[in-house]
Design a protein around this ligand. Structure first.
Ligand code: GLC
Length: 422
């Protein structure tokens, strides 16, 4: 049964979650994301486990914004509610939620994580406890319209400045022909996705990662400021003003209906852009993101894991579902059907996977060298650090502050949060 605590937590989180399972006495409840084809893929995977084991599972879909999902989970877990057994958790949350999650090495054995990328396993290990199994990894990539770049005589951009110039030129030419074209769409809403985009701008200008691996606050520097100032010039010029409220799906909507030259997004957008419903199927290329004048391309490391709540009444069964969904067969299916990056290195050599998503091969280094958000050094404070960062960036994009003012003010704010140590 779905109990009151969960329902009130969802109401508090803005009422955006929906129940898709039958609210009857199922054996387990899992919460899945619902971005793009995510929910459908989760339903299919769960159905396969149900058929194999004879158990019944309810599926709860959660808000698309990672920031909103986190507050929902924090409410459910701090109430010690047993309503959700298996939770899909973001790669930046193990430190924030780890105390409420089961050690999967205890339930699934010491070899549970064999074959998965080491960096994700160490990210998911909190105080020696494996609090989540890797499900898929993510890194930001640049989508572009192959047909339009070719038509107007451009190669994919290497630097942000080239991207800006090409976007402006193609946008102007296509609009003359009567199209409502935009140059660049990305995730500009004040939420976790903007932290990911802006970290890419800053890191690829050589401006660091907000807080470094030792916990030093590094954001107040000229390169970071310059990166944000360049991004601010995009708004209302090559990017619609509405981008200030875009998450992944709004950006994909504009690109997939043929109304943008470039898009920053995660790999999942590939399968949908190539699908029958897409206006741009067959016209899309994917390359690594551009870089600043003296920097190197940087892709923010994203990804999602499956964890079992400590308050589950069926922890062993829940862990079995997690092992099944994160296992090789499911990861392969999700890679082929949804372009979800496997966390098992071997699948990047699988011919069927590479045929479905060729850039899993060409951009392999982008995925394995992606830049982490500073969730490990800032621990419990990561949520506040990210909130401070995306609000500061949003201010610059909105024209309320210069890059230099924003990074200096953010430095003071982060110092107050940190005090002597994180
Ligand atoms: C993607 C990433 C996740 C990130 C989120 C931000 O879902 O996988 O790590 O936090 O986007 O919007």
């Amino acid at each position: 049964m779905l109990k009151k605590t969960l329902i009130s937590a969802i109401a508090l989180a803005g009422g955006t979650a929906a129940f898709t399972g039958q609210a009857q006495a199922a054996d387990l409840t899992i919460s899945c994301g619902a971005v793009g084809a995510e929910l459908q893929l989760c339903q299919e995977g769960v159905a396969a486990w149900e058929a194999k084991t004879g158990h019944e599972v309810d599926i709860v879909s959660t808000p698309n914004s990672s920031t909103e999902r986190l507050s929902l989970y924090q409410q459910i877990l701090s109430a010690q509610s047993s309503d959700i057994d298996v939770m899909q958790i973001d790669v930046v949350w193990p430190g924030l939620l780890g105390n409420h999650l089961l050690d999967l090495n205890e339930t699934l054995g010491e070899e549970a994580a064999a074959g998965h990328f080491d960096a994700i396993i160490s990210n998911n290990t909190v105080d020696g406890r494996l609090v989540a199994m890797p499900w898929f990894t993510d890194a930001g990539v640049l989508y572009y319209r192959k047909d339009l770049l070719e038509k107007h005589g451009f190669a994919p951009p290497e630097t942000w400045q080239e991207m800006t110039d090409i976007a402006a030129a193609i946008q102007a030419a296509e609009r003359e022909a009567g199209d409502k074209m935009w140059g660049y769409v990305f995730q500009g809403r004040a939420y976790e996705g903007l932290t990911c985009n802006a970290l890419e701008w800053v890191a690829s200008h050589g401006g660091g990662t907000i807080v470094d691996a030792e916990g030093e606050i590094t954001i107040d520097n000229e390169r970071a400021a310059a990166a944000l100032d360049l991004a601010a010039t995009w708004i209302g010029d090559i990017s619609p003003n509405g981008v200030l409220n875009y998450t992944e799906e709004e950006a994909r909507g504009v690109f997939q209906t043929g109304n943008a030259v470039f898009m920053r997004n995660w790999p999942y957008a590939w399968s949908l852009a190539q699908s029958e419903e897409s206006e741009v199927a067959g016209k899309v290329g994917v390359v690594k993101l551009p870089h600043g004048p003296d920097g190197e391309s940087a892709a923010t490391l994203g990804g999602w894991n499956l964890a079992v709540s400590k308050y589950s009444e069926n922890p062993e069964l829940a862990a079995d579902l997690v092992a099944f969904l994160t296992g090789e067969a499911e990861q392969k299916r999700r890679a082929i059907e949804g372009a979800y990056n496997p966390t098992l290195a071997a699948l990047y050599e699988d011919e069927e996977v590479l045929a479905a998503v060729p850039f899993f091969g060409t951009l392999y280094a982008t995925f394995t060298n992606a830049v982490a958000r500073p969730s490990a050094p800032t621990g419990d404070n990561y949520g506040r650090v990210s909130n401070g960062f995306f609000n500061a960036v949003h201010n610059v994009l909105s024209g309320n502050q210069s890059g230099a003012e924003a990074v200096s003010q953010l430095d003071s704010e982060l110092s107050r949060i940190k005090r002597r140590r994180w």
